[in-house]
Design a protein around this ligand. Structure first.
Ligand SMILES: NC(=O)c1ccc[n+]([C@@H]2O[C@H](COP(=O)([O-])OP(=O)(O)OC[C@H]3O[C@@H](n4cnc5c(N)ncnc54)[C@H](OP(=O)(O)O)[C@@H]3O)[C@@H](O)[C@H]2O)c1
Length: 252
């Protein structure tokens, strides 16, 4: 299999961790990284030969022309998609956007790019949280009579209720009042879905350890998306298709 050539936009806390994972994975060839800042000096990722460009000085068209990529991975901000969108469409470049908070308009625009390219948007890109959500939805369907509560724990300074916890609540069709938040110490991210049955309790737990988990998720998506037709996908679509294949392959 030829390597998937990747361009990455966004080189902040998440983007740097994603660059660490993709640049160390033999399935991918991370060609370049773009960020918003004006760069006084040429920069490379962690001293490896991966150039980091400032979008104030270089357009996406120029970056795509300079060094062709098969996929663009977005860990920047919600505005970027309007900047690179038409180039992605024109060139049929695969797009993985991990932006957590798109407006309904931006999401519609991302969806429209799926007519010409393979596009996946995922507000949570970790395999673990996506798997936990699918498993919790399944149990909720099988046992609608069980009580369901969500517990989320994060570092002391996090002011708001976890967006991931709110998304899990939506997926399970339970109210936001069923989310309990604890703020203590330096916890990176803990999400727990608790099912209370009359005589037993089931807990589905996910703990984030390092931001590199975003890179592992991005790598999974890129590999799966490369096998898909043009269209707009969610992480759920990829996961459910794999689960379906596994279940059908299982002996009865
Ligand atoms: N889906 C997920 O699971 C997941 C996980 C983590 C983060 N995210 C999302 O990823 C994004 C970045 O998060 P973060 O924590 O890494 O934030 P961050 O540390 O603030 O970094 C943001 C990065 O994006 C760049 N950037 C911002 N606006 C840009 C624009 N218009 N064009 C090009 N580059 C731009 C910044 O460039 P400069 O460095 O030059 O300022 C910076 O490198 C957020 O949208 C966040 O919601 C999603």
């Amino acid at each position: 299999m030829p390597k998937i050539r990747v361009g990455l936009v966004g080189y902040g806390k998440a983007g740097q961790a994603v660059a660490n994972v993709l640049s160390g994975d033999t399935r991918f060839d991370l060609r370049w990284i773009a960020r918003r800042s004006i760069m006084a000096e040429p920069q490379t990722h962690s001293g490896i030969d991966i150039p980091v460009f400032g979008l104030a000085q270089h357009s996406f068209a120029e970056l795509f022309d300079r060094d062709r990529v098969d996929a663009l991975v977005d860990f920047s901000s919600s505005e970027s998609i309007r900047v690179y969108g038409e180039e992605v469409r024109k060139r049929g470049i695969m797009l993985l956007s991990a932006i957590s908070a798109y407006s309904a308009n931006d999401l519609d625009y991302a969806r429209s790019l799926g007519k010409d390219s393979r596009v996946l948007c995922s507000p949570n890109i970790t395999m673990g949280i996506n798997f936990l959500t699918v498993a919790a939805k399944l149990l909720r369907k099988i046992a609608p009579f069980a009580d369901v509560e969500i517990l989320e724990k994060h570092f002391k300074e996090k002011p708001e209720v976890s967006g991931t916890a709110r998304k899990i609540a939506e997926a399970l069709e339970i109210g936001q009042e069923n989310i309990t938040s604890l703020r203590l110490g330096g916890i990176v991210g803990h999400h727990e879905v608790i099912f209370g049955f009359p005589h037993q309790t089931v807990r589905l737990i996910h703990d984030s350890i390092r931001r590199e988990a975003f890179g592992t998720g991005a790598a999974f998506v890129l590999e799966q998306l490369a096998k898909c037709d043009r269209g707009f996908y969610t992480f759920d679509d990829l996961l459910l298709s794999l689960i379906r294949t596994e279940l059908l392959a299982a002996p009865e």
